[in-house]
Write a new protein. Structure first.
Length: 137
């Protein structure tokens, strides 16, 4: 069980972050989505900075019994990026599973009445090359 706690409700993750020296703040984000989820408290938000997330720690995800939202960075930043590059906002933050067999694994219990049921909701994030989607309810 992770004993790391934060005094804020947003935990930041960036493709240029660091899972060992980062602390989940916007100025020192984590590198992988799983590290961000692990560091979250109940009902926190993992904010993904723009980029393409690949490799271990960005696939085969587990919520650890927490209720967490994962979302792409705030709309005003995405709109600023889009005005210069002319891409859709769903093409700014991508999780690429690279056809790995562990793909996207969540034990998703959003509609469960159990106090131990956790889930991860995604907002504004594109997934690609997912060969094995396993979501348990």
């Amino acid at each position: 069980m992770n004993t790391l706690t934060h005094c804020f409700s947003n935990v930041y993750v960036s493709v240029s972050g660091d899972d060992f020296r980062g602390d989940g703040s916007r100025s020192r984000p984590f590198r992988t989505l799983q590290r961000g989820i692990d560091a979250c408290n109940e009902n926190d938000v993992v904010v993904l900075m723009p980029g393409t997330y690949t490799g271990t720690g960005n696939r085969g995800l587990r919520h650890m019994g927490k209720k967490i939202e994962v979302m792409a960075i705030e709309d005003e930043v995405i709109n600023s990026i889009n005005s210069h590059v002319h891409t859709s906002h769903r093409d700014v933050t991508i999780i690429d599973y690279e056809h790995y067999p562990d793909g996207f694994v969540l034990n998703n219990n959003k509609n469960s009445d159990s106090p131990f049921a956790g889930y991860v909701d995604f907002s504004g994030v594109t997934t690609r090359n997912c060969e094995n989607l396993r979501i348990y309810y």
